[in-house]
Design a binder for this molecule. Structure first.
Ligand code: OXD
Length: 310
């Protein structure tokens, strides 16, 4: 069987080797940079590879992103564009992202930052319980992850507005698209959650203008990509009080540099890109399936459209 190159500094090659061996025992699993004869590499499992590195493999047939997002693959300007690219769509990963979104939304809705401040001052004070039905959540991005988070928030009683660049109707939910749709969603949103893929069209979409369209005191949660946000605009909106708080799991660049103002901003919660971590024990199934499909020329699962960038 041809070989697969595992190219990631963030994922555990030992767990992946074991998970892949369980499904494809004959697969020759090679961990970058020790990939041996580069002409034997037919498949690559990648997360933030070094630009240009994939051009070393003249017989590459399939590229698998080790994450849900693929912007890290397209960030390589010399990427061989003709090679099919697939991404991870895994219930375990989806559940992880939704948990993070629910936690962040509930934390703001139930005023935990305010209670934490009261605790620091040893003050016993009830703030009242805001009605869930009045706390509208706006979700930008209605892919697998956005739809799952929206469904779970709705189960808890939150009114949810969804927005995607292209129309994405969802039964029983208000969804919008296009620039007008975005403005309408932002104007009615108390807690905004960014779940968009990073493409040329969504880079910097959270900026002074769009943050300014949110009602006074709104909150922001980002589980998409750091580059979806113009950091200095978000900081200005937090400092002015227009935005009450932000929970950020993703940054540009990552790791977030030690001197970045987000680390110490009193209204910002920082987590190190942990909303979901790809689990080899569950995600290896679809990678093995895609390798078999690629080998037999069948349509791939979760293939990325290179034009759209997701
Ligand atoms: C991602 C992931 O793409 O964690 O960010 O899967």
């Amino acid at each position: 069987m041809p070989a697969i190159a595992f190219i990631s500094q963030a994922d555990d090659p030992v767990r992946w080797r074991k998970a892949m061996a369980k499904r494809l025992p004959d697969l020759d699993f090679r961990v970058w940079p020790d990939v041996g004869d580069a002409s034997e590499i037919a498949y690559a499992l990648v997360w933030k590879h070094k630009p240009g590195e994939l051009n070393r493999f003249p017989n590459l047939k399939l590229l698998c992103s080790l994450g849900a997002g693929v912007d890290h693959v397209f960030a390589d300007p010399s990427l061989p564009r003709t090679i099919p690219l697939v991404r991870i769509v895994d219930p375990d990963l989806t559940a992880g992202v939704s948990e993070y979104v629910l936690l962040s939304v509930l934390r703001y809705h139930r005023q935990f930052p305010q209670y934490e401040a009261l605790q620091r001052e040893r003050r016993w004070r009830e703030l009242g319980r805001p009605a869930t039905a009045d706390c509208r959540v706006g979700i930008l991005g209605l892919g697998v992850l956005g739809r799952d988070a929206a469904a779970k928030l709705r189960m808890l009683g939150f009114p949810v507005l969804g927005w995607a660049r292209r129309p994405r109707p969802i039964e029983g939910m208000e969804t919008y698209s296009g620039e007008d749709g975005l403005q309408g969603v932002l104007a009615r949103t108390r807690i905004l959650v960014c779940m968009l893929p990073l493409t040329a069209a969504t880079a910097g979409i959270i900026n002074a203008r769009t943050l300014g369209l949110l009602p006074l005191g709104a909150y922001f949660v980002n589980v998409a990509r750091g580059a979806n946000v113009v950091d200095r605009d978000l900081i200005a909106a937090l400092d002015s009080g227009h935005i009450s708080g932000a929970t950020l799991d993703v940054f540009s660049p990552e790791p977030l540099p030690g001197d970045h103002p987000f680390w110490v901003h009193p209204k910002v919660t920082v987590t190190p890109h942990i909303a979901a971590l790809t689990n080899p024990d569950t995600a290896a199934d679809q990678i093995a399936e895609n390798i078999s499909r690629s080998a037999s020329g069948r349509p791939l699962l979760h293939a990325v459209d290179p034009e759209a960038g997701y």
